[in-house]
Write a new protein. Structure first.
Length: 309
């Protein structure tokens, strides 16, 4: 796939089934094989980066890396560097091991307080104890919809990962009360998926607290709101049902990383208008999860997105 024809068969199928193929083609003009020059400074300003990675067992994971602005830097339009000496990872997060085993990476730079975001997908060309270097394969900006405005930063006195504060992650396969509490309070999720070539993508999902419904001890149902019509996530899931989801409780400094299998549901009954009129949902059958303390803190919450149903 080239930037001029960026869609695979799964994405095209969903675009056609939803009647949004024309809009997808129009929006595909935003997809480039490099970062836009105007976005280089945007990357360097961010205190967090959301990353999709592939584990050796085939599972997908969503991760969030935090740091002082500048810990992620676009060297030029084709290369991104992550300074691991200045990065703060979720305790027990498998992301570094995953990226060492499989160089394909999906990344989302998101500025929560301005509702701006930029996708950067590519391949790791170097990873060691000090840095990760990513060769950019595709990049494009996204609309501000469904992002809740807040400011998140590392604690002022935190110069490195403090194991005594963050502790050891809790792991499991069945959701307990603590895990369910994170999901029901979360207004922000990120979902990792893979396309037929194994290239990774990570997308933002947001809504008012409770928009992600717990359907059982191992199942979630999430509404799919109107977006950019490209259906990167749904298109990937048509051909590979592996997914990795992270739910974040910013105020409580809790994160829940979940890995499992997802299913796309089109044209579903929606009597409570959960989907905002799209009648689309997707489910996650959870195979494993881990709950951890978030390294960063929420300094201020501003408001929910006016687009949330």
């Amino acid at each position: 796939m080239s930037p001029h024809n960026p869609f695979h068969d799964g994405e095209i199928k969903i675009q056609e089934l939803t009647g949004e193929r024309y809009q997808a083609i129009t929006n595909s003009a935003l997809v480039k094989d490099e970062i836009l020059t105007a976005a280089l400074s945007f990357v360097e300003r961010q205190p967090l980066a959301v990353v999709a990675s592939h584990a050796a067992d085939g599972s997908l994971w969503s991760s969030v890396l935090f740091g002082r602005p500048g810990f992620v830097r676009a060297v030029d339009t084709h290369e991104v560097r992550i300074d691991l000496s200045g990065a703060h990872l979720i305790p027990g997060d498998p992301v570094l091991q995953n990226l060492q085993d499989d160089p394909r990476v999906g990344m989302l730079m998101i500025e929560l307080d301005t509702r701006r975001r930029l996708k950067i997908n590519g391949d790791i060309v170097k990873i060691d104890a000090t840095e990760i270097v990513i060769a950019v394969r595709e990049s494009f900006p996204l609309c501000p919809k469904y992002i809740q405005r807040r400011k998140v930063r590392l604690p002022a006195d935190q110069d490195g990962m403090d194991a005594s504060e963050t502790g050891v992650p809790v792991v499991g396969t069945v959701l307990g009360a603590a895990e369910k509490a994170i999901i029901t309070s979360a207004d922000t999720l990120f979902c990792a998926t893979a396309n037929p070539h194994g290239h990774l993508d990570i997308s933002h999902r947001g809504g008012n607290p409770g928009f992600a419904r717990i359907m059982g001890d191992r199942e979630l149902r999430i509404p799919d709101f109107a977006g950019n019509s490209m259906f990167n996530t749904f298109g990937n899931l048509q051909l590979d049902d592996h997914a990795g989801v992270i739910a974040i409780d910013f105020a409580g400094r809790q994160v829940l990383q979940m890995s499992g299998r997802a299913q796309v549901l089109l044209d579903e009954a929606d009597p409570d208008h959960e989907t905002g009129g799209t009648n689309r949902f997707w489910t996650l059958q959870i195979e494993s999860w881990q709950r951890s303390v978030m390294p960063a803190v929420e300094l201020e919450f501003f408001d929910y997105s006016p687009f949330n149903p």
